[in-house]
Design a protein around this ligand. Sequence first.
Ligand SMILES: [Ca+2]
Ligand SMILES: [Ca+2]
Ligand SMILES: [Ca+2]
Length: 203
Amino acid sequence: MKRLMSILAVSSFFFASTSNAAIISSLHDGFENEGQLSSVLNYNSFTNWDVTDGTVDLIQNGNQWGIQCSTGSFCVDLDGSTGDAGILSTKDGFSAGKYKVSFELSGNQRGGPFDQISVLFGAGSLLNHLLLDWDENWHTYSFLVDLVDGDKLSFRNFGGDNVGAILDNVNVSAVPIPAAVWLFGSGLMGFLAMRRKMKNDQI
Ligand SMILES: [Ca+2]
Ligand SMILES: [Ca+2]
Ligand SMILES: [Ca+2]
């Protein structure tokens, strides 16, 4: 009994010590739940995101810079206000599987040279590299990606002129098991039912 208790204690310690590395299977974020009343430059308290290697800005729709979010009241300027665009990465990793990743990006809406944005997953694998002129309209980008356990999703705006592409409505959702697998599954169920019937008929 004592031994069991100590095993339980060790295992609960193990779970406690790893609980902050959550594994998720979907993410839907339009940056509307940050609890802010207006734009926050160099914002780094996102509900679902970490910012590393620089800064990004939380932008209020129609602020003093005239930036229009795609939907709702908030979006993100991927180049903050420190001359060093940061990397915006999901706090949690995703469970292994196939996912549809979609997000909306617009040009920086203020001017200057085009912005280069890398969309990364895992330990820095490139999902896509995008070039956006400053006046590029809002557009939804969608990709299918195979993730291994713990992979994160990141956005990186190259540059550092404090004027970055604008991000809104990030959606990551698991792609359902292909129909073929369901057909195989139902075929198997039918086979088992037939076997059961044959067995019953023998009695
Ligand atoms: Ca939004
Ligand atoms: Ca900025
Ligand atoms: Ca820029």
